[in-house]
Write a protein that binds this ligand. Structure first.
Ligand code: DX5
Ligand code: ZN
Length: 231
């Protein structure tokens, strides 16, 4: 399973060094949360997101996983692609044409991702399955780090896992929000390929926290058997 470390919880005064600590500790992806104060009730980075991405791109070879929690992602695809994003994930609830924005991401050489808020039916992703490389379940209401994993998330991951398996596409299933070392096995058991973790990694000794996250994943096999029995 891939860990995507959300720099939203990193120390911005030493962002690059802090992010690199996570990379050195073995996380495969860095997750960059971009918020506009409109689509979600919080603001992050603004144009600094592009600068931060650019400097991370120069410093590290890991996958840069950009999550746009903004109303008009279509207006910023070029900026994030130019800055070096590998994956750009947008919300189905954004105020733009989903098909067009996914096409624009692909045309700019990035991997398109699509996600949805916890109250949006998982089925709303189904028509886009052939066009996305990452399908993401929000396990918190987007806007803030450090929230609690919502209880309805497991069944939503299972539903998306079934949808992806039946679609025959090689799409990665990512889960974002409230993932800790004590609950990561739940997302893994339900079929996640990638977990986003911010506060669980950056608000403490990074290396030990990444190791704890990996250790927490090993609780998954029992639950994976449950999934096999249930489906
Ligand atoms: C929430 C963001 C998440 C968040 C994760 O709006 O999309 O990526 O940073 O933070 P934790 O892991 O602290 O829930
Ligand atoms: Zn995110």
């Amino acid at each position: 399973m891939i860990i995507s470390a959300s720099i939203l919880s990193a120390d911005f005064a030493r962002l690059e060094a802090h992010a690199c600590e996570a990379v050195d500790a073995g996380v495969e992806w860095l997750h960059i949360d971009v918020m506009d104060g409109h689509f979600v009730p919080n603001l992050t980075f603004g144009s600094l997101a592009v600068d931060a991405l650019q400097s991370l791109r120069q410093t590290t070879g890991v996958v840069l996983d950009v999550h746009l929690m903004i109303s008009r992602p279509d207006l910023y695809i070029d900026a994030f692609a130019d800055a070096g994003a590998d994956i750009i994930t947008v919300h189905v609830e954004s105020s733009c044409d989903t098909g067009k924005v996914l096409d624009a991401i692909r045309q700019r050489g990035c991997r398109p991702g699509l996600t949805l808020n916890p109250d949006t039916p998982v089925a709303s992703l189904s028509e886009w399955m052939g066009q996305v490389e990452v399908a993401m379940i929000m396990s918190v209401h987007p806007g803030f780090a450090g929230q609690v994993y919502l209880p309805g998330t497991d069944s939503r991951i299972l539903e998306l896992r079934r949808m992806l398996d039946h679609s025959g596409h090689d799409t990665l299933l990512e889960v974002d929000g409230g993932i800790k070392s004590h609950n990561v096995h739940r997302a893994l058991a339900c079929g996640a390929d990638v977990v986003v973790a911010g506060s669980a990694i950056f608000r403490g000794p990074v290396q030990a926290r990444v190791a704890a996250m990996r250790a927490g994943m090993s609780n998954a096999p029992v639950a994976q058997q449950d999934r096999a029995t249930a489906s």
